[in-house]
Ligand binder design. Structure first.
Ligand code: GLP
Length: 241
């Protein structure tokens, strides 16, 4: 079931997203599922600003990343490990031991998927933040991914690699072709889901997620089966609803 909230611009979308996530931080042991991309950066800035201004502590928070590129070492400037540290974790007092992200540069990827999924199973995510790809992907679960998928190795669609080339000096060839991602079933275990989408480019994917057929060709459409999803959008992302 979806609750829909609008923001007039990126800052307003980020503020609304922040209002949703803030109460979870007050829990004794908050488990957050976190996403990369341009959509959550404003939210993360607000979390850091609140930590700095009001002393809101994240020492009791456990964080899980959704996905990681395969083949990039953690210290690569475009790894999702680096993204999450630069855009969020380094600005908070979260304990390094409580930060979980899949490793994308290991020899045994299947073992890494199994390791990550087993930690996820031991921790119910209170709130999972998601962005959405222009093709309807969530995490790196591209169209055609099984709704029963757990953490797995995914191949990236050409359209996703083109979308993400902006982070790799506009060179699609530099964007990895594979990633480790939480599966759709892993994502659906979260108690609450918060989707942030901004801009006209996301409008069709947002329509598919909320109003399209529930089908594996639009991975985000699985969220129609979740009892508790908040979607924060600007008017452009909502323009096809
Ligand atoms: C990547 C990530 C997704 C993210 C998507 C959208 O593909 N794997 O989890 O939602 O990008 O990113 P953006 O918010 O930059 O549009």
């Amino acid at each position: 079931m979806f609750s829909l909230i609008y923001g007039d611009n990126y800052n307003a979308v980020s503020s609304e997203a922040y209002k949703i996530i803030r109460p979870f931080i007050d829990k004794d042991r908050a488990v957050l599922g976190l996403v990369t991309g341009s959509s959550p950066i404003g939210l993360y800035k607000k979390m850091i600003a609140d930590h700095n201004a009001n002393g809101t502590s994240y020492r009791h928070v456990v964080a899980f990343g959704l996905d990681e590129y395969i083949g990039l070492p953690r210290d690569h400037d475009q790894s999702y490990w680096t993204f999450m540290h630069e855009n969020l974790f380094d600005g908070l007092d979260i304990l390094p031991a409580n930060i979980h992200l899949p490793h994308g540069d290991v020899d045994d990827l299947e073992a890494e998927c199994a390791r990550y999924e087993s930690i996820l199973r031991e921790n119910v995510i209170d709130i999972q933040v998601l962005g959405i790809g222009s093709d309807g992907h969530i995490g790196f679960n591209e169209p055609g991914t099984s709704f029963d998928s757990v953490t797995h190795v995914a191949s990236l669609e050409d359209s996703t690699r083109r979308d993400n080339a902006r982070f790799f000096g506009e060179m699609v060839s530099r964007v990895p072709k594979k990633a480790i991602t939480m599966g759709l079933k892993s994502i659906m275990r979260a108690e609450h889901i918060l989707v942030i989408a901004y801009g006209e480019k996301k409008a069709e994917a947002v329509r598919g997620m909320m109003q399209g057929d529930i089908c594996e060709q639009c991975p985000a459409s699985i969220l129609q089966k979740h009892p508790n999803v908040t979607v924060v959008l600007d008017r452009a992302a909502a323009s096809r609803l």
